[in-house]
Design a protein around this ligand. Structure first.
Ligand SMILES: [Zn+2]
Length: 250
């Protein structure tokens, strides 16, 4: 590690820099772990399922509509034919006994067929009603999921906007602090931060490292005491820069 010297004032500014970096790290963590993110994931999953259910219901409905109009057409054809046969029967157009019998038996079997087809129509109508109820349910759920999505999205966006605002302030404050930190001291600080994570500079307070909270041994304290004020000292235990303040007890 290169030997770095910096004025006590510049070293004090490192504490502010560490505060701003801690704050920025905290904001970044908050941004990534907003509860709304997990909520939106779940809602989007639900929305996809509801969309699938709606598609299936729509397909069922159009299939049933097609079957229903076909069955209704069949009923209509049979009814028409019965009507025509009855006209012939009632008009007395058929005098031949065998022909009359055959026509009457045709009407009988057509009435039977008409009854069967009408039952088919009724059954299809019932199935269509059930399919429509499923479709309505899916539609209502889609609406409710859509409303939830909009509400949670708005909440997430508001939280992000607030975080962004705080981050912008912290970033500006950090930039202001940086103007008072010499390049070699900043390079050391950045190196420690990259390797250790978290705070790279901590206050030495009444013999305790403000970073790892360990008490310094007497030997270590004596070494710090012996170091010149412009010498940048580090806590051997955690590697952080130890900044001496009026509260250090030196
Ligand atoms: Zn430490």
């Amino acid at each position: 590690m290169p030997f770095v010297k910096a004025s006590p004032e510049a070293q004090l500014r490192l504490l502010e820099l560490a505060d701003r970096d801690t704050e920025l790290g905290r904001l970044d963590h908050r941004r990534r772990t907003l509860p709304e993110i997990a909520e939106l994931d779940q809602l989007n999953e639900r929305a996809a399922k509801v969309r699938d259910a709606m598609t299936i219901a729509d397909t069922n409905l159009s299939d049933l509509d097609r079957d229903l109009s076909r069955a209704e057409r069949d009923v209509e054809q049979v009814t028409d034919r019965i009507g025509r046969d009855n006209v012939r029967l009632n008009a007395g157009q058929v005098s031949n006994a065998r022909e009359l019998e055959s026509l009457q038996s045709e009407v009988t079997s057509l009435r039977k067929r008409q009854g069967d087809l009408e039952e088919v129509v009724l059954e299809l109508m019932e199935r269509r009603e059930a399919a429509q109820a499923l479709r309505d349910g899916a539609g209502a759920e889609a609406e409710s999921v859509g409303a939830d999505l909009a509400a949670v999205t708005a909440r997430r966006d508001a939280a992000l906007a607030e975080i962004d605002e705080q981050a912008a302030k912290a970033t500006a404050a950090r930039a202001a602090v940086l103007t008072d930190v010499p390049a070699d001291l900043l390079a050391l600080y950045d190196r420690i931060r990259a390797s250790a994570g978290g705070r790279a500079a901590a206050e030495l307070r009444r013999g305790q490292c403000g970073g790892c909270r360990e008490m310094l041994s007497t030997v270590e304290l004596n070494e710090v005491r012996a170091a010149a004020p412009d010498e940048v000292v580090r806590h051997e235990e955690c590697g952080r820069i130890l900044v001496r303040t009026a509260d250090s007890g030196m």
